[in-house]
Ligand binder design. Structure first.
Ligand code: GUN
Length: 294
């Protein structure tokens, strides 16, 4: 199957390739008596989070992984969430723990992340794993979305070495780890991290051979911000009202896809680009955690 069709990167095809690699490892672990297990914790009722959590659990079932979904009400206390994390840290059937972000406002998310056993932190959000990424210690876990973006670039044949890469957004979930991956020995790119306070963002973006758009604003990157032939990875998932759509909204990325598509060399679409990769990398991290538990 082609990974790139008319300049559009097929995230689903790349995700299937990653998952096919995982299946081999899952079978080998099972022969050694270990079934990789993932626990997904959802606090509250955020509808988007609910959808993401359900698809993570479904993917585990499809691939023969053990999974547990723990749902806590929106008024769950910090202590209750921490107690769940402690129980999962001690559960030998669980190799990966993910607490879906964002939790309700009264929850201290940093404290929850720090309570997760770093060896089970398949999100790669624990300070120990962030440090390992910075140190290029490959025993750690890399956050799933940026890891998925790197794999998309690689599979699409985009040369990162020596390239000017601009990451738009500096979040702990995407922007920061993305910049670290691109500048690492694996990426060898020259990286600029742009954000809401960047002066003349359009000019900064126009320098880029590679743009990673992760700012969380619908169709923010327009054609005038893109150099001819640039490679674009769109991490955004934004709902915009659309009376003609069944649900009353449609999903768009952080890139104005229609006007940018013909200017760039390759682009990841929304949906069908980064989204499927995030789950594939989560499964991959869970398999890695199970292997390291042996
Ligand atoms: N919310 C959006 N992306 C993610 C992710 O990768 N992990 C978790 N835990 N929550 C998220």
């Amino acid at each position: 199957m082609n990974v790139v069709n008319n300049g559009v990167i097929d995230g689903k095809a790349v995700a299937e390739k990653v998952l096919a690699e995982c299946v081999g490892e899952i079978n080998s672990l099972k022969e050694q008596g270990v079934v990789p297990g993932l626990a997904v914790v959802l606090v509250g009722e955020d509808p988007a989070s609910r959808v993401y959590v359900a698809s993570k659990v479904r993917k585990c079932a499809e691939l023969g992984l053990f999974s547990r979904k723990i749902e806590l009400p929106k008024d769950a206390t910090q202590e209750e969430v921490l107690a769940v994390v402690e129980e999962l840290n001690a559960d030998a059937q669980i190799h990966g723990i993910l607490v879906q972000s964002p939790p309700p406002k009264h929850i201290d998310e940093d404290a929850i992340v720090r309570a997760i056993d770093p060896a089970k932190d398949v999100d790669g959000f624990h300070p120990e794993n962030v440090a390992k990424l910075t140190l290029e210690d490959h025993s750690g876990f890399v956050a799933c979305t940026p890891a998925g973006c790197m794999r998309l670039l690689q599979e699409a044949g985009v040369e990162t070495s020596g390239a000017e890469a601009v990451v738009i957004g500096r979040s702990m979930i995407v922007g920061k780890p993305m910049a670290l991956l691109l500048m690492s020995k694996a990426g060898n790119a020259t990286v600029t991290v742009a954000h809401s306070r960047t002066k003349d963002l359009a000019a900064v973006c126009r320098r880029a051979d590679i743009i990673i758009a992760a700012i969380g604003m619908a169709e923010f990157v327009t054609a005038d911000m893109v150099k001819e032939g640039a490679a674009i990875i769109d991490v955004g998932i934004n709902r915009v009202e659309d009376a003609s759509a069944n649900r009353g909204y449609r999903l768009v990325g952080d890139v104005a896809y229609d006007e940018v598509k013909d200017k760039c060399s390759v682009i990841s679409p929304v949906p069908g680009g980064v989204g499927p990769m995030t789950i594939a990398m989560l499964i991959s991290n869970t398999v890695k955690a199970a292997k390291q538990s042996l």
